[in-house]
Design a protein around this ligand. Structure first.
Ligand code: ATP
Length: 502
């Protein structure tokens, strides 16, 4: 049996001129690339963002091909710790290539909105450092631009890839069909393009799936295979809120790649916006009736959870779809955008706040030799107080190695003010001296002049430091002087310059 290559891969655009749709974005990307030929553009990195399957990664590679640049790619499957990013991207972005084929390398960082969790620890901060110093072009690729920190975003040229219009897809799909010797009947390609919902990769995959084992496709072939396609959530909620037919709303959910547990959140979120019209009160009888069905549906979902009897999902599904359909007294015209459940957004925000708090606690813990839990519960508050004091702020940021977002979190600020930026910059300078020898090299700027270690040294904290902290905050602060070398003890005897240099 021969395994056929995926057409989407086979027909991946080679040059930017092959990319389907996205005309303006592609022009902007090309311009940015050309600026690199004459020096360093104002923004050293671009972030290409938008839904999956619309050509972001292909465009980055096509740019490199058009400019005759080499490519270095770091995918989410790679270990993207701070050290790795700095080593690969950092060296690539500051050194010239030795191969002589081109003097530029394009660094592509795929799924840049996914730099969280343990495996990518420190990766987000390393990107900031790499972009700031880069002398080579960098492309970040993200589905969700809000998954990037505000600092990274401010350093990048943001290029949004919208969905690919079906009329742009049609000629490209026809070309693929012709090259594969597949005859397409009238309206076939148009139908495939429309059903793809802006995702060109899906359109190519659909064409390949329908053409499998055929040399000719007719419109009837599509309508039978169409049922297998996953319905998008927007289509389903559209049929619930705009439709009058209970069974078609219910049937639409059969091909949906979401559980009733998720679907009910979508209906719940959008019901109040969809069932009020111009001049109507905010709380219409339709909304009240709709929520009464939703609450009954939710009861069944609760029973499924408790009894693990998934057969009851069908009642929940019927009540949330059919119930919502029959609750409306009329179909309201006008376009109201469907919103994703705000509950998920809030849960996501809570999760990222929790991650941030834990990351900070880990840093405090490694500074105080305490567990993350103890640091979070007992010590973090003290550091938050200290960081708000002008006198100590930069020292705390430096000694803990906080990045900008973590510093903002500890200060309780929402955005970077001039004062906070100055504190952060000051901390970066101090950090070069605080850093112990075994830290990754990227924290230390090679050109930085060697400072007198007695000025500020994390390593040289003498006993008095902890005695002071102990007297102020109770026992338990680690004694940094234990095991200190005589040289370090000598340093400790020097006069205090900062909070951490008692
Ligand atoms: N606009 C487009 N023009 C030409 N081909 C495209 C386009 N969008 C998608 N494709 C096809 O779909 C495949 C996937 O595209 P690509 O990997 O660039 O998408 P993406 O937006 O980066 O999605 P993901 O985030 O999932 O990687 C490519 O191999 C290509 O054949």
């Amino acid at each position: 049996m021969t395994v056929q290559m995926e057409w989407a891969e086979k027909y991946r655009p080679v040059s930017l001129s092959d990319v389907v749709g996205h005309k303006k974005v592609i022009d902007d990307l090309r311009n940015w690339g050309e600026q690199w030929e004459f020096g360093t553009p104002e923004k050293r990195a671009v972030v290409l963002h938008g839904q999956a399957g619309i050509g972001k990664t292909s465009s980055a590679h096509a740019l490199a091909r058009d400019m005759n640049w080499e490519v270095i790619e770091l995918n989410a499957s790679d270990q993207r710790t701070a050290g790795v990013i700095e080593k690969i991207a950092g060296s690539a972005s500051t050194m010239k290539t030795l191969t002589g084929t081109s003097d530029k390398r394009l660094i592509i960082l795929d799924e840049a909105d996914n730099l969280h969790g343990n495996s990518d620890r420190g990766g987000a901060r390393a990107i900031v450092d790499v972009i700031k110093k880069a002398s080579q072009p960098i492309v970040l690729i993200a589905n969700d631009i809000y998954g990037l920190s505000s600092t990274v975003r401010s350093l990048c040229l943001e290029l949004k890839f919208g969905s690919v219009q079906s009329r742009s897809m049609v000629p490209a799909l026809k070309k693929i069909a012709a090259q594969e010797d597949v005859m397409c009947g009238v309206g076939v390609i148009e139908k495939i393009a429309e059903s793809a919902d802006g995702d060109f990769r899906s359109a190519v995959n659909d064409l390949q799936a329908i053409a499998m084992g055929r040399t000719e496709i007719n419109i009837e072939d599509i309508s039978t295979s169409e049922r297998d396609n996953k319905e998008s959530i927007f289509k389903v909620v559209g049929r619930i809120f705009k439709g009058k037919d209970v069974s078609s709303a219910l049937e639409a959910t059969y091909n949906l790649d979401e559980t009733p547990e998720d679907l009910i959140h979508w209906v719940d979120e959008n019901l109040p916006y969809q069932y009020t019209g111009k001049g109507e009160e905010a709380l219409t009888p339709d909304i009240i009736a709709g929520y009464s069905y939703l609450s009954r549906s939710d009861r069944f979902l609760g029973r499924v959870r408790r009894r693990q009897n998934y057969r009851m999902w069908r009642y929940a599904g019927m009540l949330m779809t059919g119930g919502t359909v029959v609750s409306k007294s009329r179909v309201r015209g006008g376009f109201v955008k469907y919103q994703p459940p705000s509950l998920w957004r809030k849960m996501g925000q809570m999760r990222s706040r929790r991650n941030m708090r834990n990351n900070i606690a880990v840093k405090i813990g490694s500074h105080c030799n305490e567990s993350m839990r103890y640091s979070r519960l007992e010590v973090a508050g003290m550091y938050s107080r200290l960081i708000q004091e002008d006198e100590y702020a930069a020292d705390v940021v430096a000694v803990l190695g906080l990045d900008m977002d973590e510093m903002l979190h500890m200060v309780g600020a929402k955005k970077v003010t001039k004062k906070l930026q100055a504190v952060y910059d000051d901390a970066q300078k101090k950090r070069q001296v605080f850093i112990p020898a075994d830290e990754p090299a990227f924290f230390v700027e090679k050109a930085a002049p060697k400072k007198d270690p007695s000025q500020l040294s994390f390593d040289s904290l003498p006993a008095s430091n902890n005695a002071t902290l102990d007297s102020a905050f109770g026992k338990g602060f680690p004694n940094k002087d234990e095991g200190a070398t005589p040289a370090k003890k000598e340093v400790a005897a020097k006069p205090q310059k900062t909070l951490f240099d008692f």
